[in-house]
Design a protein around this ligand. Sequence first.
Ligand code: FNR
Length: 386
Amino acid sequence: MAEHFANFQNSIYLAGLGDVRPDLPLTYPELEAAARGKLRPEAYGYIAGAAGSEDTLRENLEAFRRHRLLPRMLKGVAERDHSIELFGRMVPAPALLAPIGVQTLAHQEGELASARAAAALGLGYVLSTASSHSIEQVAEASGGGPRWYQLYWPRDRELATSFVARAENAGFEAIVVTLDTHHLAWRPRDLTLAFLPFIRGEGVAVYWSDPVFRGGLESAPEDDPAAAALHWVSLFSDPGLRWEDLAWLRAQTRLPILLKGILHPDDARHAVEARMDGVIVSNHGGRQVDGAVASLDALPRVIQAVPPGFPVLFDSGIRTGADIVKALALGARAVLIGRPWMWGLALAGQAGVEHVLRCLLAEFDLTMGLIGVTGPAELGPDLLSR
Ligand code: FNR
């Protein structure tokens, strides 16, 4: 797709000639505030909140402020192309939608709406195991769009195999194993409201629609949701996993496997040794280890630890197009966008997600041109000043 992202800017100004202004906010704080006004407190708290004192959530954002761009002039940037190849597939921009669970908290169409938005823009979509819609339903919504499946590796190997096989059969093109959430962290906003969606039957569609999960129940989840919730609690995660276990997963699928939640360079080395296909540097948006290093600050050492060209993706703290540029300049192959489009989803479903993504990509493209580069391959640390 050769969409010129900056056209979105022109279309806004041109509409203004007819006194039409954007009906959704353009900045992150205004998006969040508007969504907050629409959401029930439990849903808002679940999306906005993080672990503990929320120190790492703040630190993720501050790390972006500490890194400054150093623009170059007269570089001939009239033609720009931000498309990249990711595991054999061309995408128009180095940005994917991060795996986010329980999207029906934001909007009744949840993952179906965000998957349609991603497909409309041709961007990669990462579906969470904690989805409110089944793997197959989201595949249908995503159509021909590039999609990956994020695995929360359950305690039962047969169930893990089933999730991965379903994803493969439904046209998902990579598996993202999230390693940082074998326990849900201490999250005061959710605790204050005594709110955990999964035990209320929200965000469990991947489980409830699974033959192996259902086979472990005496009655169907629809008939006995309480028993299904207990079964979910017993299976959700496996804190006993070790690096050696990845060999088993490797043998279950021909798809590329990426590990999400890598912060330490030694863990990045382990990922390479375990024949993984990529890592995602992430602290889960500050939702897991309060006091953890900012994801952006962890990125350079991870890049140094892996062989040249090994795919290192990034998330946690991207709020603007300029943030995308900074993460790429530090060596990320692509970034995952999280909370920003969740606020768009809350405000206007699929159209809201598209709006937020178009804003981010327009700003990304303009920033690229204005610092003197025509595509991601030209970005490097020389364009940053710390
Ligand atoms: C997440 N994230 C997440 N990650 C994952 O691997 N599986 C999941 O189900 C979820 N669920 C989830 C729910 C909500 C409400 C949020 C905000 C985040 C983490 C997500 O993929 C990503 O790492 C963060 O969103 C990045 O941080 P920022 O940029 O959103 O602050």
